[in-house]
Design a protein around this ligand. Structure first.
Ligand code: ATP
Ligand code: FE
Length: 357
């Protein structure tokens, strides 16, 4: 069967149709990074306006290009949480209309769960439970995934996220962010730096009193503090070298906490040799960070699964595929078309699952 996936939780208007036999029939993603860069970041009113104008024609175009009618779909899946409320509402309202008009079930999808679940699209043999390391613009967390509807939150971030930390510093370094996310621009700059640059920064440690939790806001402050110190002392700053060091410090923070959380999971017997770990979310597109996480996995005898970068950043496929998995696993969250209300609650924040620490 084929499921339509709609994603509008942030600045991407993304639509895709995926099938239960793992085909992406069509995929479209639109955003306006140059304008948002000029405005200094995400502007909720503006992105909602973009979804309002572009989403419905984009859905029509997708269906048309694969010669399908909406009634041929087996369900419509949509991000309902977490994200920008006014942006989510646009996707949800389109999904409600399609569901009611064409009499197909509506599947509300948790955006962060979808980031993790797309891994089973790429790796058909992936077994539950698996570990998900989710690193994106708004989240940094480790979860144990028991089914499409059953996630356990193992480690969260006290404040900030890996993506936001790299974005902020990328912008501060004046990298060209008109095409890429600042985090991706930072990776490109780091790749140009001479060998050994990653070790060029000594930064104050991030508080360790939070146990295994991430604290990317503290890391960001340390890095920005260091940058300001270098600037005020008149030291010349090699942007590429600084980017490489930032990337390395991000990896250190990520890996030290990941290592601790894997020890915890292993001690309690939740994971063992051969358990899979997937790294997903926009920051998982970073190949340096991926390499570092892969080493941690090897240490714990876990199987490290990678995703293509296009399925790491926000996309419609992950929402459609989550719908496929939820149908397969008979999720109680699926709403039959007859019961679809005229509006649905969307949430700016909702934990991925029960918090275990
Ligand atoms: P969330 O999923 O938490 O709601 P989001 O949907 O806005 O946040 P994603 O689209 O999943 O975030 O990811 C975007 C983030 O990924 C941005 O912070 C961006 O800088 C970062 N990112 C993208 N590519 C790379 C890269 N190559 N290296 C590092 N960071 C990257
Ligand atoms: Fe995302």
């Amino acid at each position: 069967h084929a499921v339509l996936g709609i994603e509008t939780s942030c600045d991407d208007t993304a639509v895709s149709i995926v099938t239960s036999d793992r085909r992406i029939l069509v995929s479209r993603r639109v955003n306006d990074r140059p304008t948002l860069t000029k405005l200094g970041g995400i502007c909720p009113g503006l992105v909602a306006q973009q979804h309002r104008t572009l989403l419905r024609p984009l859905i029509e175009e997708c269906l048309h290009s694969v010669r399908m009618r909406a009634a041929d779909l087996s369900a419509v899946a949509v991000s309902t949480r977490p994200g920008l409320v006014i942006a989510l509402k646009e996707g949800v309202s389109a999904a409600i209309d399609i569901s009611r008009l064409h009499r197909i079930p509506l599947i509300p999808v948790h955006h962060m769960r979808a980031h993790a679940l797309i891994s089973s699209f790429c790796h058909p043999d992936l077994q539950y439970p698996f570990v998900a390391l989710l690193v994106s613009g708004g989240h940094s967390l480790v979860a144990l995934v028991r089914s499409a509807d059953h996630f356990e939150l193992i480690v969260d971030s006290v404040a900030g996220s890996a993506g936001e930390c790299m974005d902020k510093i990328g912008r501060e370094l004046d990298l060209d962010c008109s095409v890429d996310h600042p985090g991706a621009a930072l990776e490109k700059a780091a790749a140009r730096a001479p060998l050994g640059s990653h070790l060029s920064l000594q930064i104050a440690g991030v508080p360790s009193s939070n146990g295994v939790s991430f604290h990317f806001a503290a890391l960001k402050s340390s890095l920005l503090g260091q940058l300001n110190k270098m600037r005020t002392s008149g030291e010349s700053i090699d942007v590429d070298q600084f980017a490489a060091a930032v990337q390395h410090q991000t990896a250190r923070h990520l890996c030290s906490r990941l290592h601790a959380s894997l020890e915890f999971l292993s001690d309690e017997g939740s994971i063992g040799e051969g358990t899979s770990l997937v790294m997903a979310g926009g920051v998982a597109a970073n190949s340096y960070l991926r390499g570092c996480v892969e080493k941690v996995c090897r240490l714990h005898s876990l199987r490290f699964l990678r995703l293509p970068p296009s399925l790491c950043t926000d996309n419609g496929e992950m929402i459609g595929w989550s719908g496929v998995k939820m149908v397969e696993e008979k999720s109680p969250s699926i709403i039959p078309w007859e019961s679809v209300p005229s509006s649905l609650y969307v949430h700016a924040k909702e934990e991925i699952g029960r918090n275990r620490t």
